[in-house]
Design a protein around this ligand. Sequence first.
Ligand code: C5P
Length: 222
Amino acid sequence: AQPQILAGKQLVITAGPTQEAIDPVRYLSNHSSGKMGFALAQAATALGAQVTLVSGPTRLTTPVGVKRIDVTSAAEMLEAVQAALPGCDIFVGCAAVADYRPAQAASAKMKKSGATLTLELTPNPDILATVAAQPNAPFCIGFAAETHDVVSYATGKLERKKLNMIAANDVSDPALGFNTDDNAMTLIWRDAQNEIQQTELPRASKLELAFAIFARAAQLLP
Ligand code: C5P
């Protein structure tokens, strides 16, 4: 049994990709499997937390004890997150939210022609930054996947999105990251004196990394 370091805490975790409709049969998305977010939900539950997992489309089964809310688009994910936020102590943004969506989803299947086709895209809301900007925001944890200058970009995101902690990983290594069972990351956070601190979490299963992230977060909670 795990130490109950998150007993009495409510968590909201986003996971997986979002799908942004082009027309009724097509969408824009990415290769996120949802594995890291589901591992976080499983770990937090084992540590005693009550977890709401807001998930984009994945092939994963819901960890036992987790309340799962399925969504498709970024707009739906933001709405489900807002609804789940009251009483939330820790928010973890682990979803690979599509940065853009088609400006208008066609209501009928688009027909092909020989001509080029231009899709107009409009930016999606940043769910994590929206949560972190709210008055009385929960403790906010983000993820950053980078191919280079991992720590400096991730620290920039921590500052810009006003996060408490960010887990950064190098996705240039094909053995780690998207759709793999293992990962390795640098954990970066703001301490009680508002100084930026960091530690390496060496290669381990996503579940082990989730436990390591919450062990650190639990020490920083108010
Ligand atoms: O800026 P970038 O997309 O790299 O930031 C990644 C972090 O922000 C992740 O924690 C991700 O879940 C979150 N995010 C979000 N909504 C977006 C884009 C990113 O919550 N629209």
